[in-house]
Design a protein. Structure first.
Length: 170
């Protein structure tokens, strides 16, 4: 019975909806910290927000095309790539915060002119401060640490789903 459940797991609505909900939840938390708790976002924070939007879009496409094996596989690979970049950005943020990565960030997102998200949706994607500090969320855990943990767990979950898909049917 367990084999039957895991064989169809990535084709189920719940997996894709869960990825969408978690990404939307993280976006919401970021906006609450920005507008309610008054912690302005830095370049890396905005880049992570953009990556979360990419996860939402990929998950929506995966939800719509979940019946097709190739689209599930490509969707999960795309999510794994976005998770990998998110881990790197979270590591960069944590390193800048803790001082084991020496560098600074300015106010330029580095986006091409045709993708001016900071101009189209400045209330979500406008850089307002330089990197160097993320707020504490709970129990001494900073936002950078939480993001690193979240994206690492998400990447492991996606790898698991890829192995479930790749497993031949018995």
């Amino acid at each position: 019975m367990m084999k039957a459940c895991t064989a169809v797991l990535p084709s189920k609505k719940l997996v894709w909806l869960m990825l969408i909900v978690f990404s939307l939840l993280l976006e919401s938390v970021a906006l609450i910290y920005q507008y309610v708790l008054d912690y302005p976002p830095c370049v890396v924070c905005i880049q992570i927000r953009i990556l979360l939007v990419a996860m939402i879009v990929i998950s929506l496409i995966g939800l719509l095309l979940r019946a097709y094996m190739p689209s599930r596989f490509v969707g999960l690979l795309a999510l794994l790539a976005v998770s990998g970049v998110s881990i790197e950005r979270s590591w960069m943020l944590l390193g800048t915060e803790r001082g084991f990565i020496f560098g600074s960030c300015g106010f330029d997102l580095g986006l091409p002119a045709w993708l001016a998200l900071d101009e189209w949706l400045p209330f979500v994607f406008k850089v307002q401060t330089t990197c160097g500090y993320t707020p504490e969320i709970a129990f001494g855990i900073t936002m950078a640490e939480a993001l690193l943990a979240f994206f690492s767990v998400m990447a492991l979950f996606i790898v698991y789903l890829l192995f479930v898909i790749a497993k031949p049917a018995e």
